[in-house]
Design a protein around this ligand. Structure first.
Ligand code: ADP
Ligand code: ZN
Ligand code: ZN
Length: 838
């Protein structure tokens, strides 16, 4: 770490020292301030400082860089104050933020916002107080009128913010005065960091020390308590558990009040004893996280697992990143665990990313068994206090292994040795909103590289981007294609929706085969998972006779049905056409809109299987913090026969009694208007199928589709990812899709339709003029053309992959947007840039 930034720490304090500051303002750069001699010895990267910004504002920022180069175009203002005695973030974090801002075309301030838990976040309200040493009678300098007014007001109010001074002193002079008073040592300026972080405490009691020395005093105490049975009981309960005479240390620790009340002691009697001075009450700081006993069961790796581990080691000798493709149930977790052990033993930190903690309890539990207290969990539904606690835990070295969701890449690691990204293909690693719109896998690879650490990507069905990098040798590649203990892969069957519909066998979206299989499973008292894809909100059309689905001529994606305009549109290039009256493949006029939700499936199932106990797991049923857990626990305990869900159910479920998995509508995944639809279908179907029949049971998977002839089904069933990849990639290449190009999406928003459209068109022209290898598409109205009263237009850019082109183009892009925003007409237009959109 030191050597990376060595040139930025001056060996001795010099007179001309400058600092680049990250400020929470929407301007994509750092600001240079001069460092006064008084703080030259103390300032460093990651410290918070106070600076004047513009004419009026005083802001708090974070030091990104310390150097000796004066800004060329302006006179640097001095840093007003240094706020910390130690850095809040480390140099590697700043470097990482900086990379993220430039790669994802956003502002450092936005990254800073995402990175710091709000409990540690800086408020921009600077506050002023009288210096404790300041003496009105003997100020030590001549005061002018305004200074006196300010100081007197402060004396009365104890504490004020800068805004209040502005009201007090007309003509924007308050800052000058604050500055001069600061210099004279009459006041202090500080940041009221809202101390949202409140450590969790526990109420405890112990026997007052006067009773612990002599038996006799205690005897007389009991005498005195005669007749007061409840109080006596409290005392007895306490003494039963804490042997105050044998071990005085035990009494110092005391007992949690709650332990006593849980054992039936009355809370008011405890309070009375405290009042009488028999018991002392005190508080102790406790961790928010229960400590978990390490009950490590050493698993010996099976020969294929051991071989995979060895391969990973071998690749790490030459490569920073390794892709582990291991089929579901192959036991990737045990391989991860082994690697983590090794890295922790060498003294480095480990970060393991998971798409969603709540869904992978069995993996988290397993890790907790092995690593116990050394492991911290960073949950997406944690409260802010809990997040701060994990942050502090990493900072102070309590946790050297973190298992967490995407935002855990921002934790203050200083010596990562290994980063693992499990289920690396998962689209939930991408942050949609707000900026930074980063992909946690890609960010993690960069973070790991900055730490000179190794990255392991694990999945059964790699993202094309990752497989592409493995194929061209950028990543090492390791394959594990046996289930642990030779458990068998499930058997697949396709159910033809259209055939059944024609024969009148389709009931409430369920084919006969699916219904029969569900019934059989229920009869055997085993469990069923029914999967319905969430990304199905965009409706499309399909022919009832032959299953034909209208496609875009230019983009190889299915067209989206826009009911309002009665037309079909391509989400990518803007191609549109009227809704066809007849099927272009077979001429039939029976064309239906497709779009079914989990809720309706649940309803249908309860009509078809009235005795079955049915539960649903989707965004709606899992909003609360423990929503997932409740549903999963219930299912695990066997209180539910059929669980209906979205991709949430495709993940870490590992239940013995699931022997049937049903996919209600594979076409919805396959024909979603997105060039990644095929890839996603392969991933999701494989993933959800993997939930069927683990251990000694062979599971069954039923896929309902209108197009059983699709090649992809054959590939999924035979697990032939490589073949599927090869064919899909040919199309991606032909149509210029990632990973052959880099996509950038820009959403233009304004409350006025015309303004939004004009701004988007202007931006398109500006972008087209940038001399870089690219294609600029659009602007097109977004699928949902109006959100919260703002009209949305989209521009899509397909950019050459090479690093230089990307960097150049992104810089230019940000410049052009700034240019547009400088135009009065477009000041209120918002431009959201999404690099590598999903
Ligand atoms: P994956 O994540 O690759 O789908 P898991 O890691 O969940 O697979 O492993 C599948 C099952 O096999 C789990 O129940 C796990 O406990 C078991 N298992 C895997 N490896 C071993 C091992 N070496 N010894 C004992 N059990 C194992
Ligand atoms: Zn198109
Ligand atoms: Zn047709």
């Amino acid at each position: 770490m030191e050597d990376l930034f060595a040139d930025q720490y001056p060996a001795t304090a010099s007179k001309n020292l400058f600092a680049d500051i990250i400020l929470p303002v929407p301007i994509p750069r750092w600001f240079t301030y001069s460092v006064g001699p008084d703080i030259q010895d103390h300032i460093g990267i990651g410290y918070r400082v106070m600076v004047q910004f513009g004419k009026k504002k005083i802001l708090t920022g974070i030091v990104a860089k310390v150097h000796q180069k004066a800004p060329e175009v302006y006179q640097a203002k001095p840093i007003l104050d240094l706020l910390d005695d130690f850095p809040v973030v480390n140099a590697l974090q700043i470097k990482f933020w900086s990379w993220m801002a430039s790669y994802y075309c956003c502002h450092m301030g936005e990254v800073m916002n995402a990175a710091l838990p709000s409990g540690l976040k800086l408020s921009t309200e600077s506050r002023v107080q009288l210096h404790p040493d300041f003496d009105f009678d003997n100020p030590g300098f001549p005061m002018d009128e305004r200074e006196l007014l300010l100081l007197e007001t402060l004396g009365k109010n104890e504490e004020m913010n800068v805004e209040q001074f502005d009201q007090l002193l007309p003509g924007k002079t308050s800052h000058k005065i604050i500055k001069s008073l600061l210099g004279k040592g009459a006041i202090l300026v500080y940041e009221s960091v809202k101390e949202k972080y409140s450590p969790k405490t526990e109420q405890r009691v112990r026997l007052a020390s006067k009773y612990t020395g002599e038996d006799s005093l205690l005897q007389s105490l009991f005498e005195a308590l005669k007749g007061k049975e409840k109080q006596e009981a409290v005392l007895l309960k306490y003494l039963q558990q804490v042997d105050v005479f044998r071990d005085s240390g035990k009494n110092t620790e005391g007992l949690p009040k709650k332990v006593l009340t849980d054992q039936g002691c009355s809370a008011s009697s405890i309070d009375t004893l405290i009042k009488k001075g028999v018991l002392d009450a005190f508080k102790v700081l406790i961790s928010r996280f229960d400590s978990v006993p390490m009950t490590e069961r050493e698993f010996t790796l099976s020969p294929p697992q051991a071989a995979a581990l060895e391969d990973i080691h071998r690749h790490f000798e030459e490569k920073n990143t390794v892709l582990l493709q291991g089929i579901t149930g192959s036991g990737k977790t045990e391989i991860y665990a082994q690697l983590i052990r090794e890295v922790l033993q060498s003294g480095s930190q480990v970060l393991m990313l998971l798409p969603e903690i709540a869904l992978t309890t069995h993996l988290v539990n397993r890790m907790q068994q092995i690593f116990g207290d050394k492991m911290g969990v960073f949950h997406s539904k944690y409260s802010d206090n809990e997040r701060v606690e994990v942050w502090q835990g990493v900072l102070k070295g309590r946790y050297n292994f973190i298992i967490g969701v995407r935002s855990s890449v921002f934790l203050p690691f200083d010596s990562l040795g290994l980063v693992i990204v499990d289920e690396e293909h998962e689209s939930s690693y991408k942050q949609y909103d707000p900026a930074p719109r980063f992909h946690a896998r890609d960010a993690a690879i960069m973070l790991s590289w900055m730490h000179q650490a190794k990255t392991l990507l694990g999945t059964a069905t790699p993202a094309f981007e990752s497989y592409f990098n493995a194929q061209n040798g950028k990543y090492g590649f390791v394959k594990l294609d046996q289930r642990y203990g030779n458990a068998e892969l499930p058997h697949f069957r396709l159910a033809d929706i259209l055939q059944d519909k024609k024969k009148n066998l389709l009931k409430l979206d369920f084919t006969r085969l699916m219904r029969e299989k569900i019934q059989e499973t229920l009869n055997r008292q085993e469990q069923v998972l029914i999967f319905q894809n969430r990304r199905g909100y965009a409706p499309y059309l399909s022919c009832d006779e032959c299953g034909w689905i209208p496609q875009c001529e230019h983009c190889d994606v299915s067209l989206t049905y826009h009911q309002y305009q009665e037309e079909l549109r391509c989400h990518y290039c803007g191609f549109k056409e009227k809704v066809p009256v007849s099927c272009q493949a077979c001429g039939s006029q029976k064309i239906t809109t497709i779009g079914t939700g989990t809720e309706r499936i649940e309803e249908s199932l309860s009509l078809l299987f009235p005795e079955a106990r049915i539960a649903r797991m989707d965004l709606d049923t899992t909003r609360s913090k423990y929503g997932y857990q409740r549903i999963l626990d219930n299912f695990g305990a066997g209180n539910v026969d059929i669980l209906v869900g979205t991709q949430m159910i495709t993940k870490g479920l590992d239940f013995d009694k699931v022997s049937l998995v049903g996919i209600v509508d594979a076409d919805r995944i396959l024909f979603y208007p997105d060039f990644r639809a095929g890839e996603r279908a392969f991933q999701q179907i494989t993933q959800v199928a993997g939930r069927a029949g683990r251990r000694d049971k062979i599971g069954e998977v039923i896929i309902q589709t209108r197009r059983p002839d699709q090649l992809i089904f054959k590939q999924i069933i035979s697990g032939d990812y490589a073949d599927f990849y090869r064919l899909e990639m040919a199309e991606r290449k032909q149509f210029f899709y990632p990973p052959f190009v880099k996509n950038i999406k820009i959403v233009v928003k304004h409350k006025d339709f015309k303004t939004s459209e004009i701004a988007a068109k202007k931006l398109k022209n500006l972008l087209t003029d940038i001399p870089a290898k690219k294609i600029v598409l659009g602007p097109e109205k977004s699928i949902i053309g109006k959100i919260k009263n703002l009209y949305l237009f989209e521009i899509w850019i397909k950019l050459d992959r090479s690093g230089n082109v990307q960097q150049f183009f992104k810089q230019q892009l940000m410049g052009r947007i700034a240019e547009l925003q400088a135009d009065k007409r477009f000041r209120a237009v918002r431009f959201l840039v999404d690099v590598d959109p999903y």
